[in-house]
Ligand binder design. Structure first.
Ligand code: PCP
Length: 340
């Protein structure tokens, strides 16, 4: 039995909260896990937007493994672990990016996660569309510079906001944007004006990490800060917000005038994607447990209409049901006979 060949596909039945799409992530690590085994592997590219179901409701595979089942069955659990969490984080990041548009998104989430998985989390967040990550390990994995802003501890240790902002400006490398934290002791409006007066043109932005006990209408606090800065001639100073930001908050904060967000836990602790690995062919014969579709498949996408169609891999490429144009295959060979 251990030599019987099995073709198994990775699919998800439903996405968290009924999301319409997800971001496939974790492929690079999955390839590292699977390489060296006598198998072939097919997958969507890292960072591909997938739908749980195609245009007609058929479940979309995002990855597939082919080979002697006994050789690769032990890899099912670690494989799914790599894909489910990375894809969950990348999906949450992409949803956030789709809400904020061109505004800046900084990843602040690793302080809530075990350090062993910080690099994976920041990598998935970046693939999902965040502009930068704050962990040294995650940035290094991505070949990027880590990005952050000053902490409250700087201001508290220096016992004076103005001294802290000035020292930050004097000592930090020029490439670091001067973003002053403006919620430590006084009202955000008062501290934002103070920071603008102290740093003048050198001030890139202010960050409001307003404690929840003082928040009230956070959107209105942002509006007030924007108004006060603008009326004093500091229109170029950007407003960043952080602390407890969730999907449901960002639309109103964007409307209030926020230019950038530092977002942590709501992304780093995202729902995982409930991928499963199921056999759909044994020795070339179509098989499927209840609830699954037998036979190796290809996912076709119309790049114009963004419509997906799932067909058996042996069938011809379909035409887009909307525009009748050609469709492109999404599952590509990523490992052949154990070699990536
Ligand atoms: C901010 C805030 C949260 C961090 C960002 C992540 O930290 O206090 O702890 O936010 P979230 O997980 O709630 O989205 P900083 O202001 O940089 O840290 P500190 O308060 O230590 O100065």
């Amino acid at each position: 039995m251990e030599h019987k060949r099995g073709y198994a596909e990775v699919t998800v039945s439903t996405l968290p909260e009924g999301y319409a799409w997800g971001i496939f992530c974790g492929l690079e690590e999955a390839v590292r896990l699977l390489e060296g085994y006598p198998i072939n592997v097919y997958a969507m590219q890292e960072g591909t937007l997938f739908h749980p179901n195609d245009h007609f409701g058929f479940v979309e595979p995002v990855m597939a493994i082919e080979g002697p089942y006994g050789e690769y069955c032990v890899l099912e659990t670690p494989l799914l672990g790599l894909l489910c969490q990375s894809s969950g984080v990348a999906t949450a990041a992409a949803r956030m990016k789709s809400l904020v548009g061109d505004r800046d998104l900084l990843s602040f989430g690793i302080r809530r996660m075990h350090p062993a998985i910080s690099p994976m989390i920041d990598r998935a967040i970046y693939i999902g569309g965040f502009d930068s990550v704050s962990s040294l390990s995650g940035a290094s994995l991505l070949g990027k510079e880590p990005v952050g802003t000053m902490p409250h501890a700087l201001i508290i240790m220096m016992e004076d906001q103005k001294e802290a902002w000035k020292s930050f400006d004097e000592l930090m490398p020029e490439k670091v944007p001067r973003i002053a934290l403006v919620d430590t002791y006084y009202d955000e409006k008062a501290e934002a004006i103070l920071a603008a007066e102290v740093l003048g043109d050198r001030l890139y932005g202010v960050r409001l990490d307003t404690p929840s006990s003082r928040r009230g209408a956070f959107n209105d606090i942002v509006r007030e800060v924007r108004w006060e800065l603008d009326t004093r001639g500091f229109k170029n100073v950007k407003i960043f917000v952080s602390g407890g930001i969730k999907e449901e908050n960002v639309k109103e904060l964007c409307e209030a005038g926020v230019d950038g967000f530092g977002i942590g836990t709501s992304i780093s602790n995202a729902h995982t994607i409930d991928f499963a690995l199921d056999l759909v062919e044994v020795e070339g014969k179509l098989v499927a447990k209840r609830g699954k579709l037998g036979g190796r498949k290809q996912v076709w996408r119309c790049m114009r209409c963004f419509v997906d169609i799932v067909k058996l891999a042996r069938e011809d490429a379909p035409k887009c049901p909307n525009c009748k144009g050609s469709m492109e295959p999404l599952l590509m060979e990523v490992i052949r006979d154990g070699r990536p």
